[in-house]
Design a protein around this ligand. Structure first.
Ligand code: ZN
Length: 145
């Protein structure tokens, strides 16, 4: 695992290009799977194999390939660890590889949604009302995706 007290992670070290051997789970042309400060058994990071910080920085085929790997990993976590599902979280504030966290949800776990969007969540009270023009603009922008 990266960043323990006896072996601090240098700021320049990329946890995906140069992962701690004990943290590297899988690496291929599709992507890289590592464990880094896990919140639960089965919490892994699935990253693009190339430096591209944000989803919009990736080639769509590379993004599809990485998400195919995330899908396979998620299926294994559910099957082998007995998770109900995995939450897929992408934040991207720190690392130079676009990546997703796969967070297992267990049978008796609370739903994550209310913690993110509900009364205790970061977004509560900051919702905006989109106008019909805003919705039309989105529709027009995404007509040719
Ligand atoms: Zn890297």
């Amino acid at each position: 695992m990266n960043g323990n007290i006896n072996n601090p992670t240098p700021v320049e070290r990329c946890i995906f290009c140069d992962p701690d051997p004990s943290a590297l789970i899988y690496k291929s042309d599709e992507g890289i799977v590592v464990v880094d400060y896990p919140f639960a058994k089965g919490h892994v990071l699935v990253a693009s194999p190339v430096h591209a910080t944000n989803l919009h920085d990736l080639d769509p085929k590379a993004a599809a390939s990485m998400m195919a790997l995330a899908c396979k990993v998620s299926k294994r976590i559910v099957k082998e660890f007995g998770a109900v599902k995995t939450y897929v979280v992408a934040i991207g504030d720190k690392d130079p590889h676009f990546h997703v966290h796969l967070l297992p949800k267990w049978k008796d776990s609370d739903n994550l949604g209310p913690h993110v969007f509900g009364e205790s969540g970061w977004a509560h009270g900051s919702e905006v009302n989109l106008s019909d023009d805003d919705i039309s603009q989105l529709r027009n922008l995404l007509q040719s995706v």
